[in-house]
Design a protein around this ligand. Structure first.
Ligand SMILES: [Zn+2]
Ligand SMILES: [Zn+2]
Length: 224
């Protein structure tokens, strides 16, 4: 079997369940690749930013803007050089094989946490056509997570990665709700993005959905 990131062969004996049920063998990350990543073990209690055990400055600022939104974010890894390399290869070079790199983390998360609706942050039509895939849908589908489309990205904004911090924060609302009220009202919703940087994207998405009174909106990203 091969590592789903570096594609090098992984040499180990198969377990008995793997011999009987050999369908998840392409979901393994090798030891060397796993050791490159830095798992988030604590961090800010609301956004998981490293180095903060109380709500961080970012979260306090968001709370002032959205005082009634009970924000709760989860992330698996720190956004460091290793994660940057991974996302560069997957998202910007378009190496679609890498959609399986975090299958194990996602399966583990969704075993513990239950939601009525799971929604990937959408791309604009232009970006989707250019990239050929939605990178967030890719990672969720690789882990066999059922997703629903609640939002459309109506404008093709400059990618967040190409802006500085203050430019990101003043981005206007880019999302519109395309779901029915029944899909949102009273539901436990999880919004998923690849990276949480300033939080601007996820807060915009949550703001659009909150107008339809979901029971709860939580958010998840691979990296923070
Ligand atoms: Zn590897
Ligand atoms: Zn925070």
């Amino acid at each position: 079997m091969r590592c789903n990131w570096c594609q090098k062969t992984i040499i180990r004996n198969l377990t008995m369940p793997e011999i009987v049920w050999p369908f998840h063998l392409d979901e393994e990350r090798c030891q060397a690749c796993s050791e490159l990543l830095t798992p988030i073990v604590a961090g800010c209690p609301t956004c998981r930013k490293a180095g903060s055990s109380i709500p961080c400055q970012d979260c306090l600022r968001w709370h002032k803007i959205y005082p009634t939104y009970n924000f709760q974010h989860e992330a698996f890894f720190q956004y460091d050089d290793a994660f940057h390399q991974w996302i560069h290869q997957y998202k910007f070079l378009g190496d679609y094989r890498l959609r399986k790199t975090f299958v194990v983390e996602l399966r583990h998360f969704f075993k513990k946490e239950k939601f009525d609706v799971i929604c990937a942050i959408p791309l604009s039509k232009e970006r989707y056509l250019k990239r050929g895939f939605n990178q967030v849908e890719g990672i969720l589908e690789a882990a066999a997570i059922k997703i629903e489309k609640l939002l459309d990205k109506k404008v093709n904004t400059v990618p967040q990665a190409e802006k500085n911090r203050s430019e990101r924060l003043i981005t206007p609302q880019p999302f519109e709700v395309v779901a029915t009220e029944q899909q949102i009202t009273g539901k436990r919703i999880l919004l998923v993005d690849d990276v949480y940087t300033t939080g601007r994207t996820l807060f915009h998405a949550a703001e659009a959905l909150n107008a339809y009174h979901p029971r709860e909106i939580r958010t998840l990203s691979l990296a923070r």
